[in-house]
Design a protein. Structure first.
Length: 198
């Protein structure tokens, strides 16, 4: 094979890989949107406005398999779709969606970065635990900021640490558990279609 042919083959493969990654972001973003918009579940023991959904799951799987940029892209796409098509994203001027997107992005950033550095089962478990803790703390901080700026709530610290923090720990823990269970099965299919190093 000549040098010119080899370079052309490499360029074609890179273009195919980028195109495939774009398809994954789009498809997983739509799945995340559907999970976020239509499969919300109330959590027993928590206020009715705090609901559990698995919309972060596609982003985590994409990030673990194809990298941080892909996982982050999924979060962005599902958040945009939620604002545009769910009819639920504008009630609080988009603050809730923004907070959710930032928290999900942080989870993907932390968990994916750790997992790609320690690419083992233990590394996956550790990354998901740290990701869950990070998001729970981030949501406490963001809720504190929003509540202080927009709402007058008595005993705010009690509310943050006895409601917001445990809710996000539980939500992140459940999402992490399901991610750990199904990630490998889905990643085999994704990796078979794309030669991005995971």
């Amino acid at each position: 094979m000549s040098k010119q042919t080899l370079l052309l083959t490499i360029r074609t493969k890179k273009l195919n890989t980028r195109a495939y990654a774009g398809v994954v972001v789009a498809v997983f973003g739509v799945i995340g949107f559907l999970l976020m918009a239509y499969l919300e579940l109330p959590m027993p023991g928590f206020p009715v406005f705090l609901k559990f959904d698995l919309s972060l799951l596609p982003a985590l799987i994409a990030g673990f398999t194809l990298g941080l940029e892909i996982g982050t892209g999924v979060v962005i796409i599902k958040s945009i779709l939620y604002v545009l098509f769910s009819g639920k994203g504008g009630g609080d001027m988009g603050v809730g969606v923004l907070m959710s997107a930032l928290a999900d992005g942080a989870f993907v950033l932390v968990a994916t970065s750790i997992y790609h550095r320690f690419h083992t089962k233990i590394g996956a478990i550790f990354s998901l635990i740290i990701g869950t803790l990070s998001v729970a703390l981030i949501m406490v901080a963001m809720n504190s900021l929003v509540i202080n700026l927009l709402i007058n709530v008595e005993n705010i610290n009690k509310f943050l640490w006895e409601v917001i923090f445990p809710f996000n720990l539980l939500k992140g823990g459940l999402t992490s558990f399901i991610t750990f269970i199904i990630y490998k099965k889905i990643s085999y299919f994704l990796k078979g279609k794309c030669n991005v190093v995971s």
